[in-house]
Design a protein around this ligand. Structure first.
Ligand SMILES: [Zn+2]
Length: 485
């Protein structure tokens, strides 16, 4: 049998649908006034409603509804003015009521789409639901982890939207691109913090394989896929697992599987239940959710410029390269920073190149966000202005200034003065240095005069060394040409 890890031939077409759960950034839970703050003592954020005591009544959080509408509009969905909540019934220790309040047959948003560049991924629906609690596996380390579990209900009943895509995705790369784009949109419109480590954005991945021309195969649903890397690994693993079953003439079983970060494998969790297993029925303690059109219109008006609109505008308005515009708009913080620098009269292409070049490299290297550095828009604008005026060279700014600004936020003028970084613009001073270099290297001057033009670069290098990079290269070149005549 060929080694599975090196088998790269794609014998099957892969079809992927994603269900993304995004936690809405409300201060309180979906049906009670408990806080949604992350990281509190277990069960600190609970009350009789979210702990499922008998006789309590849920009260719908209006802010969560507005956020769901906003998400639907940003993703091109139709908003259903008449949706409703249902009870999805199952037993699990993290679900104290014995049912989850969710939207079943009348979700709040339908039929949207999201472009991932290479294609549009259709969105089937977005529905609202409450989250379950969390099991904390504690106790002595055994072969399989722990021997008992604790229940933490802080997360129980926090508001979620579940965004369900159509099966339009055909590779791990497309799946990752889709979730990245989705996360970006949710962050831009401010309805979700997008923090995958804290579980604010979680994915279930449906995967099936089929040969060319064959109908869609049986799918497996992979749960617990909570990082971009995991999405990619889980899909690769499932492709190998399912294609091996099919190659051997077997049948893929419809089931729910769990992705394990450590091994990169998926394990069968339970046979996949169909919706009738949940005995859905309308939630009797909540009225159907009926929305005024004016409320939807208001949400539409409140939408900010979305990432792809912004990217297109940057390309058109500032003549910025597409990949540069993509980096600038990748986070709203970066885009806002860029736009604020422009208000200070800086050239857009220059600002864009600095932000996506030297500054992005620094942030990558130190794993920081722009907001975690000391660089301000004023400092960057000041530095670019000084380059523009010829006070400092581009190289000096790159090598000696920008990191100082990022790390310490030192005023640019002070840096230049303290470190003596100002460009030498005094022509006679540079001319003297050029002459010194020529005098010190008679052999090379000879070579130049006998036709070796390339040697000129050597002289430029020597002059730059003498001036510690502070001479204007243009001026040095002009003076060399003059003195070598
Ligand atoms: Zn509560």
């Amino acid at each position: 049998m060929p080694d599975m890890a090196t088998e790269t031939k794609q014998d099957y077409n892969i079809t992927i649908g994603l269900e993304v759960h995004a936690q809405l950034k409300t201060e309180s839970k979906l049906f009670c006034s408990c806080s949604t703050e992350f990281g509190k003592e277990p069960n600190a954020n609970t009350c009789p409603v979210c702990m499922g005591y008998p006789g309590v009544l849920p009260v719908l959080n209006d802010q969560a509804v507005d956020y769901a509408i906003k998400a639907g509009l940003a993703l091109g969905c139709e908003i259903d003015l008449n949706s409703k909540f249902d009870r999805k019934q199952y037993f699990y220790p993290d679900l104290p009521k014995g049912y989850q309040i969710s939207q079943f047959d009348h979700p709040i948003c339908n039929h949207g789409k999201l472009s991932i560049g290479s294609k549009d991924v259709r969105i089937l629906r977005i529905h609202m639901e409450e989250d379950a609690g969390k099991l904390v596996h504690a106790g002595a380390e055994r072969l399989h982890g722990s021997d008992y579990s604790l229940v933490d209900l802080n997360r129980a009943s926090t508001p979620l939207i579940e965004i369900v895509s159509e099966p339009d995705i055909n590779s791990a790369d497309e799946a990752v691109a889709y979730v990245k784009e989705l996360r970006k949109v949710l962050l831009y419109i401010g309805v979700c913090d997008g923090n995958m480590q804290e579980g604010s954005l979680r994915c279930d991945v449906n995967i099936s394989l089929a040969k060319d021309g064959q109908p869609l195969g049986t799918r497996a649903e992979i749960k617990n896929v909570n990082s971009f890397r995991s999405i990619s690994r889980a899909i690769d693993y499932e492709y190998k697992r399912q294609s091996q079953i099919l190659d051997e003439g077997g049948e893929v079983v419809q089931e729910t599987r769990l992705f394990e970060e450590n091994s990169g494998k998926t394990h069968s969790m339970r046979s996949k239940e169909d919706s009738h297993d949940y005995r859905y029925f309308p939630e009797p303690d909540l009225l159907p959710l009926s929305l005024e059109q004016a409320r939807v219109d208001k949400a539409r008006e409140s939408l900010p410029e979305l990432p792809q609109q912004k990217k297109t505008r940057y390309i058109e308005e500032f003549s910025i390269q597409e990949d540069t515009a993509a980096i600038l708009t990748d986070s709203l913080d970066t885009a806002n920073f860029f736009e604020e620098v422009l208000t200070k009269g800086v050239n857009a292409v220059k600002a864009a190149n600095w932000i996506t070049g030297q500054i992005a490299a620094y942030l990558n290297e130190h794993k920081l966000e722009l907001s975690q550095t000391k660089l301000t828009t004023d400092l960057l604008a000041e530095m670019l202005e000084l380059i523009n005026k010829g006070t400092i060279s581009d190289n000096i700014a790159k090598n000696d200034i920008i990191n100082e600004l990022l790390e310490h936020g030192t005023p640019v003028a002070k840096l230049i003065e303290d470190k003596g970084l100002a460009q030498i613009t005094d022509e006679s001073a540079i001319e003297a240095m050029v002459q010194e270099v020529l005098d010190a290297n008679p052999k090379q001057v000879e070579q130049f005069k006998s036709g070796n033009q390339k040697i000129k670069g050597f002289f430029v290098g020597q002059v730059m060394k003498k001036t510690q990079g502070k001479a204007s290269p243009q001026l040095v070149n002009q003076l060399l040409a003059k003195l070598l005549k």
